[in-house]
Write a protein that binds this ligand. Structure first.
Ligand SMILES: [Ca+2]
Length: 416
C-alpha cells in the first residue's frame, strides 16, 4: 500500500485501568445483591483502547470521531478506484457491520491517474484520532472476492518521516486471485513495496465467512494470527541489519478496499460488482494477547462456541482447546464475549438446565457473569453456576446453568 494522506498529528492513547475491570469480579458462590468485592484473581485483563463494533442504523456513515474518509485516487500502486466519502461506498448495514462497497461507476466525473475513473470505493484511517504503539490489533471481517480486489487492514507510523521510513504493518491483505490466501507484511527503510518482509497464510476461501485477523505487537516482536492461529512472527533479526522502525512509535489504523493495481492486477469481466468487504469489528487493546483468553474446565477442555459460528443461538460447549477465536473470551464489564457476541442464558432462563448459548450482547441479566475466587462462573441473575451437562467431558457437551454444587464440572480457569 502507499500513501495519500492529510497532515498528521498525534494524540495520546486513552488507557483504561485494568483495575476498574477487575473491580467487577465478585466473591463467593452464594452471591447476593450485597456481594462484596474480592481480591483480584490472578488473571490478566487488557484494556480496550479503540473499538468500533459498527453498530448503528443502516445506511449511516461511520463514526467520524474514530475514522477519517480518504478521498482521491492512488497512482503509486496503479489502483483503479477513486476513494469517496459517500455512504454508497462505506456505510453501516444496521446489523452491526461496516460495509465497504466497491462499485463500477463514476457518478462524480472523478479523474484518476489513468483518465476517467472506472470504479469507486472507500478507505478509512484514524489519523489524528487514534494511534498506539504495542498491543493487540484485531478485525473480524468477511472478505471481498474476485480478480482485482485488494482489501487490507493495516497501520502506518505517525512519526519517523515519510513512507517507508515511518514504517508500515500490514495485518491483513488479500488479492482476489488468491481467494484462500492472506498476507501479513512489514515495510520500512530498505524493505518496502515488493521488498516488504512477510508471510502468507493459506486457509479457507475467505470470502465465504467471517474470520479474525490479529496482530500482537510488543517491543522487538510482531506476531500475526488468522482465526487465532499464529502464522508469522518477526523480530529485528529478520531485517539483515536494516532498521526496525516498530519500537516506541504509535501507528494509526487503515481499512480499505482497493480495486486493481500492480499486485492484484486489474478486474476483469468476471469480477463481481458491486463488491463488498464486510467488517464486524475493529478492536485494539493495550496488551498483546488481550484479544481474549481460554476458559478451561472439566478434563482441561475449553469453553467453545460450536463450529465457530457467530449466529445467535449457537451452542456453547466444551471442546479440546485449539486456540481458535471460538475459544478466546474477553470480559466487558460482567459480560463474557467471543466472536463479538455474549455468553448468554437461553431465553433469559434461570432454572436448572437452562442452556447456555451465544447471543448479541444486550446488557440483560442473562449475560451477567461473575468469576468467583472459588473458580465458579456464576450467572448473576440466576445465581446459578456455569455447568457441564451431565458431568460429561466429551467434546461437544453443552453448558447449562445449575445450582452451584462445588463439583468439578463447575470449576473454571478463566484467563480473561
Ligand atoms: Ca459488529
Amino acid at each position: 500500500m502507499s500513501i495519500r494522506l492529510s497532515p498528521r498529528r498525534n494524540r495520546a492513547t486513552a488507557v483504561v485501568s485494568a483495575a476498574v475491570l477487575l473491580g467487577c469480579l465478585l466473591a463467593g458462590t452464594a452471591l447476593s445483591t450485597q456481594a462484596t468485592a474480592a481480591p483480584a484473581p490472578d488473571v490478566s485483563i487488557a484494556a480496550t483502547t479503540f473499538a468500533d463494533e459498527f453498530n448503528g442504523p443502516a445506511a449511516t456513515a461511520v463514526d467520524g470521531s474514530k475514522w477519517n474518509m480518504e478521498v482521491g485516487d492512488n497512482v503509486n500502486n496503479h489502483e483503479r478506484q477513486y476513494y469517496t466519502n459517500r455512504t454508497s461506498n462505506a456505510a453501516l448495514d444496521g446489523q452491526g457491520n461496516l460495509v465497504i462497497t466497491a462499485r463500477r461507476e463514476n457518478p462524480g466525473n472523478y479523474n484518476c491517474w489513468y483518465g476517467r475513473c472506472e470504479y469507486t470505493s472507500a478507505r478509512l484511517n484514524t489519523v489524528g484520532k487514534f494511534s498506539q504503539a504495542y498491543g493487540r490489533f484485531e478485525t473480524w471481517l468477511k472478505m471481498s472476492h474476485g480478480q482485482g480486489m485488494w482489501p487490507a487492514f493495516w497501520m502506518m507510523g505517525t512519526t519517523g518521516g515519510t513512507w517507508p521510513d515511518n514504517g508500515e504493518i500490514d495485518i491483513m491483505e488479500n488479492v482476489g486471485f488468491e481467494p484462500n490466501t492472506l498476507h501479513g507484511t512489514i515495510h520500512g527503510p530498505g524493505y518496502s513495496g515488493a521488498d516488504g518482509i512477510g508471510a502468507a497464510y493459506n486457509g479457507p476461501r475467505f470470502a465465504d465467512g467471517f474470520h479474525t485477523f490479529t496482530l500482537d505487537w510488543s517491543p522487538n516482536l510482531l506476531v500475526w494470527y488468522v482465526d487465532g492461529q499464529e502464522y508469522q512472527r518477526r523480530t529485528p533479526a529478520d531485517l539483515g541489519g536494516r532498521t526496525w522502525v516498530f519500537n516506541n512509535r504509535p501507528f494509526f489504523l487503515l481499512l480499505n478496499l482497493a480495486v486493481g493495481g500492480y499486485w492484484p492486477g486489474d478486474p476483469n469481466a468476471g469480477t463481481p460488482m458491486p463488491n463488498t468487504l464486510v467488517v464486524d469489528y475493529v478492536r485494539v487493546t493495550d496488551a498483546p494477547g488481550g484479544g481474549g483468553g481460554q476458559i478451561t474446565g472439566l478434563a482441561g477442555k475449553c469453553v467453545d462456541v460450536a463450529g465457530a459460528n457467530s449466529a445467535n443461538g449457537t451452542a456453547v460447549q466444551i471442546y479440546d482447546c485449539n486456540g481458535t477465536a471460538a475459544q478466546r473470551w474477553t470480559r466487558n464489564g460482567n459480560q463474557l464475549q467471543a466472536l463479538g457476541k455474549c455468553l448468554d442464558a437461553a431465553g433469559g432462563g434461570t432454572a436448572n438446565g437452562t442452556l447456555v448459548q451465544l447471543w448479541d450482547c444486550n446488557g440483560s441479566g442473562a449475560q451477567q457473569w461473575a468469576v468467583s475466587a472459588a473458580n465458579d462462573i456464576v450467572n448473576i441473575a440466576a445465581n446459578k453456576c456455569l455447568d457441564v451437562t451431565g458431568n460429561n467431558s466429551a467434546n461437544g457437551t453443552r453448558l447449562q446453568l445449575w445450582e452451584c454444587t462445588g463439583s468439578a464440572n463447575q470449576k473454571w480457569n478463566a484467563a480473561v
